[in-house]
Write a protein that binds this ligand. Structure first.
Ligand code: ADP
Length: 372
């Protein structure tokens, strides 16, 4: 063992260190009898289902690319690195590092599981593709109307006014989309940092309801708020909680037919189970986010309920995905509102519960840990 290592961990032998490593590690030896696993650490035994020694290499590492790389290193190459996919119920992505041990006929194989990294990469690529597509649609429409205004509609004041109205709408849509994208990336950046402030959720709701009056009036919808006095405060970031209330209230108003009421209820609940107690026997309920805390000092619950068209059961699990919209609903929304809600509530270590019956409205319940 090198001196530094033996001083730092005198009691540990090399094999003990290898055994503790989370990545699968194999020592391969070649002799007249063929290529054999001379040593497999615990992770390798579990992942490849091989004994600690003695299994033929071709039984442990079945992928031809890996076996070829092993052959090359045994033939004198110093090192090889290959990526492969293991086949199974849930395919996983691996990278194999194959290194000569400096003695003829022996080499080391280390496997690294890159499944999570691949998945994240894939999600990023999908997200970029979706975001570009969402921006391109209004942009194409703007470009089309500019062209029409320059040519056919040049001398038609009525058409010009109408087209300018549509263009303003499309520009507004792009600006909302960019605003939501920026919000989402800002929220994600500090999602692992718990919020530092103390927030009065009833005050937040009251401010958001005031700010939403124009939209609510335009939709012909009314808003009723019920909040008991003396509700505890929550540990939170006020601006982000404003976004949560705003998105839920805007949605409820947006998807309600005129003449209907949006009901907002605030209350305290001792546990997460109590906070997401179903309130509507006719509806399907689903947790979109569950807090991972063992119950804190209790929760403050905010429920936003509407009597709109509701959401069919099959859409519920996907509602908080970015850009997910229920087909056939032309709302002018960005499809990012509930994704923002989910990331903020996750940062606050709270939960989200949705209940809906198609045709008779939806209720979104957000519950957040009480401050302190
Ligand atoms: P959007 O900006 O499109 O409203 P959201 O992320 O806020 O995006 O919501 C995602 C989708 O969930 C919406 O497009 C809509 O189809 C559905 N939805 C959200 N809230 C409601 C509601 N209160 N009633 C009916 N459908 C809703």
């Amino acid at each position: 063992m090198p001196e530094a290592l033996s001083t730092a961990v005198p009691a540990l032998e090399a094999e003990q260190i290898l055994a503790l490593m989370p990545d699968p590690v194999l020592v391969v030896r070649e002799d007249d009898g063929g290529q054999e696993i001379a040593y497999a650490n615990l992770a390798a035994r579990e992942v490849l289902r091989v004994p600690a020694s003695g299994a033929p290499v071709s039984a442990a590492l079945r992928q031809p690319v890996v076996l070829e790389a092993v052959d090359e290193v045994l033939a004198g190459a110093p090192a090889r690195e290959v990526a492969f996919e293991s086949i199974g119920v849930q395919p996983r992505f691996w990278r194999a590092f194959i290194r000569s041990l400096g003695r003829p006929g022996e080499l080391l194989v280390v496997l690294r599981d890159e499944t999570d990294a691949r998945r994240t990469e894939r999600m990023r690529a999908d997200f970029l593709a979706n975001a570009s597509h969402e921006l391109r649609t209004p942009l194409a429409s703007l470009a089309g109307f500019v062209e029409t205004l320059r040519t056919h509609a040049k001398d038609d004041p009525d058409a010009r006014d109408r087209f300018l109205g549509i263009m303003a709408e499309q520009a507004g849509r792009m600006s909302r989309l960019i605003g939501d994208l920026l919000s989402l990336s800002r929220i994600e950046l500090n999602e692992h940092v718990p919020p530092g402030g103390v927030v009065d959720l009833a005050q937040v709701v009251s401010d958001v309801v005031d700010a939403s009056r124009p939209l609510v009036a335009e939709r012909g919808v009314s808003v009723e708020v019920s909040a008991p006095a003396g509700l505890p405060t929550v540990a939170g970031d006020r601006d982000q909680l404003v976004q949560v209330a705003q998105n839920l209230i805007d949605n409820a108003a947006k998807y309600s037919p005129p003449g209907q009421a949006v009901r907002i209820t605030l209350q305290a609940a001792p546990t997460a189970d109590a906070a997401r107690e179903p309130t509507r026997p006719d509806a399907v309920g689903l947790s979109l986010l569950s807090p991972d805390l063992s119950d804190p000092a209790g929760y403050v619950v905010m429920r936003v309920e509407d009597r709109g068209r509701g959401i069919a059961r099959q859409h519920l699990p996907r509602l908080s995905e970015r850009f997910y919209r229920v087909e056939g609903q032309k709302s002018g929304g960005t499809g990012l509102g509930l994704a923002i809600v989910k990331h903020v509530v996750n940062r606050h270590r709270g939960g989200i519960f949705v209940e809906s019956a198609e045709g008779s409205g939806a209720a979104f319940t957000v519950y957040l840990p009480v401050a302190g």
